[in-house]
Write a protein that binds this ligand. Structure first.
Ligand SMILES: Nc1ncnc2c1ncn2[C@@H]1O[C@H](COP(=O)(O)OP(=O)(O)OP(=O)(O)O)[C@@H](O)[C@H]1O
Length: 413
């Protein structure tokens, strides 16, 4: 998988920018805040329709502009596709594939696969459950593009159900409310079960890779473990507090053995059980939007206990595992995901830096290395073997420009 051209229009700090990308490493160099991560983020957005930094689209559009556009020429082996995504905050995003008619943005999912490493990855360990849910969802959507729609549908049903619970609290529970709630319960159980099933599949595919990658990165004898936490299997309380004693004893959640129909039934039953408390609190208390992933080293949770180095190793292991799951899913030549390393080398100690550089250079792997997009403030931060094709990113009058390193003519924004 690779991009040969990337064009940004009104994306973050860029009025207009164009880059010709090479198949191997591509390094974006420039001072802090000049717009390197903005480019890395745009490539990630093309593959997942989400940013690793923000949960809504508004900040992606340049101040004062109405929409942002990302265009790219993508290649997978001998196949090529011209991709375009229009980001319209507050309205539906649109996509065009091979300059065809505009379609729903979700149609673009699955065409480009990326794995992005960033300093924000520490939040996978230290942050809220939402960050860990996003890790699973982003990977699940890249593996099963149809899930992009399911996720949107689930969020829509959830919003509508929560709005209904609020009306019930204000107006009292009428028979109309009862029949409408019954419809939302069915839809929430149906879409929620499909989302949950996909997450559980992704988690079970990640599990062996996380523990192997953690060993490789840390050379620790401790085992990195992942377990899905859900109020449906009793590992998460209604207040989203993990019941860690039961969670740490076993990695496999019984939910992983259930099919979509069984999960839907369980979710529907749980909604009925919590209905009284949901009406009191006017919020949906069970479902994949409340779930979490417990990360532990042996039987000790990582969050709150692990050292800084262990936290970094675990975060890198999760991303590396995602990369390997994608390769396992499609091992054909030229299908490796694009690896995006956003400002990570400066954060790592010498050993983890070396290991990540080896991986990025394709060492120890049967397949040729895929395309790499690396950002760094200075070239000293980037391992020598990756410093092939470099760009200079600069900022003038709050607009960013990007030019091949050493080019005499600057592209004007
Ligand atoms: N929507 C937007 N409109 C205009 N400018 C924006 C927008 N969003 C972000 N910026 C600007 O983009 C710049 C940040 O760019 P970016 O995060 O890519 O920096 P960077 O080069 O990766 O920096 P660092 O090395 O510190 O990580 C900031 O100057 C910020 O003000």
């Amino acid at each position: 998988m690779r991009l040969s051209q990337l064009t940004l229009q009104d994306y973050r700090s860029y009025a207009q920018a164009q880059l010709a990308l090479e198949p191997g490493p591509n390094v974006l160099l420039g001072f802090n805040g000049v717009g390197k991560t903005n480019i890395a983020e745009a490539v990630g957005y093309l593959s997942s329709l989400s940013s690793h930094r923000v949960t809504n689209d508004a900040p992606l559009v340049r101040h004062g502009a109405e929409q942002a556009i990302i265009r790219a020429q993508a290649h997978r082996g001998t196949q090529a596709a011209f991709l375009e995504v229009e980001i319209n905050p507050g309205r539906s995003n649109r996509a065009r594939i091979n300059r065809g008619s505009p379609v729903r943005a979700t149609e673009i999912l699955g065409i480009l696969r990326t794995v992005l490493f960033a300093p924000e990855d520490l939040e996978l360990i230290k942050g809220s459950p939402q960050v860990r849910r996003r890790l699973l969802d982003t990977l699940a959507v890249q593996l099963q593009p149809a899930l992009g729609r399911v996720r949107q549908d689930y969020e829509k049903v959830l919003r509508q159900r929560n709005a209904l619970l609020k009306s019930i609290r204000h107006e009292g529970f009428t028979s109309t409310h009862e029949s409408t709630l019954a419809v939302w319960d069915m839809q929430l159980a149906d879409t929620g079960a499909r989302l949950l099933r996909a997450r559980l599949q992704v988690l079970s595919a990640l599990r062996p890779h996380v523990s192997a990658a953690y060993h490789e990165l840390s050379q620790s004898v401790r085992t990195a473990r992942v377990r899905y936490l859900s109020s449906l299997d009793g590992t998460l309380s209604e207040d989203e507090e993990p019941q860690t004693a039961s969670a740490a004893a076993e990695d496999l959640s019984p939910l992983e053995l259930a099919d979509t129909a069984q999960l839907s039934e369980q979710l529907h039953a749980a909604l009925q059980q919590t209905r009284k408390r949901e009406r009191e609190r006017a919020i949906t208390l069970v479902g994949p939007h409340r779930d979490d992933v417990l990360l532990s080293l042996d039987t000790t949770p990582v969050k709150g206990y692990a050292s800084h180095g262990e936290t970094w190793s675990f975060a890198l292991a999760l991303r590396l595992a995602a990369y390997r799951v994608m390769i396992e899913d499609d091992p054909s030549d030229g299908a490796q995901p694009i690896l995006i390393l956003d400002d990570v080398f400066a954060e790592l100690d010498a050993r983890r830096r070396r290991r990540l550089a080896e991986l990025a250079a394709g060492e120890g792997s049967d397949s040729a290395p895929g395309q790499l997009i690396i950002t760094a403030a200075v070239d000293d931060d980037v391992p020598q073997q990756l410093l092939a094709n470099a760009y200079r990113v600069e900022s003038q009058d709050q607009l960013s420009t990007v030019t091949p390193f050493g080019a005499s003519v600057q592209e004007q924004a």
